[in-house]
Design a protein around this ligand. Sequence first.
Ligand code: DGY
Length: 324
Amino acid sequence: MKVFLNQALPEAGMELLRKAQLEILLPEQEALSRADWINYCQQADVVVGLAAKGFDAAFFEQCPKVKAIALFSVGYDQVDIAAATQRNIPVSNTPDVLSRATSDVAFLLMQSVARLAAFNFERVKTGNWPQQFNPTAHLGQELYGKTLGIFGLGRIGFEMARKCKAAFDMKIIYHNRSPKPELEGELDATYVSFEALLERSDVLSLHANYTEASKDLFGADVFRKMKRNAILINTARGGFVHEADLYRALVEGVIWGAGLDVSSPEPMLRDNPLPGLQNVCVLPHIGSATVAARDGMARLVAENVIAFAKGERMPTVVNAEVYI
Ligand code: DGY
């Protein structure tokens, strides 16, 4: 069974793959053109995707030999799941192992924006720490008792809510396609409509799975329905947010601040004005960037590949229907 990786996994995963004695195809150069990437995929039975884009319908046409895909991410928006399922190709992702790390970044962004931390750090770095104390300059917001709105109460949203409740006794409301009563108890969380989520959240944190249908969902119309003191946090996918509308909403005081770990496109374009705003903190998609999370992801990818190679069900398959 030939397994293609467009980049090496962290050692915890590579070790498992080597022990399983699978044939590993790993190119020397890390940045492959799409044509080169397709070329490698055409030779493989299993493709491991590390930040690899474009498992679209054309990919499946071009790579008929591929029998399984193992993603090094919890998100699977880079895969046309319907096309994979139609061909009976299981696709696995890496849930759970990164929920704490990613929700930590959402929590960090929330505090950073609320207290203008990135902006204030920039003042220090650029020598802009005036001698004269000003009691009304650069004031932040306190989060105690405020309302946290979670858009997409999955594992990461749950961890974010748990931290916000414990740290700031925040009230938790959430919106999903359907309520999740099994998660409400510990959080004392309330399911609300999308409109109510916008209207009531002091901090609105995005954690839903992204699909093209949600592209630019958070645009001008949505920002107008939010509170003027609201902070938007996005650690999910950049495509959720219309960035030009967000910039205008922040400059015009329609909402108060934004913390973004993701953008569209990624990397964020150099001339994007958002990082220049004092009420914004932008990070370069580091949600899962801890040793523990990345090792966990690597192990899970390897476990999925090995299970598939043994003819077993991939433990974290996304399109479970391929096994029915
Ligand atoms: C994920 O796992 O989907 C993260 O966004 C990747 O960093």
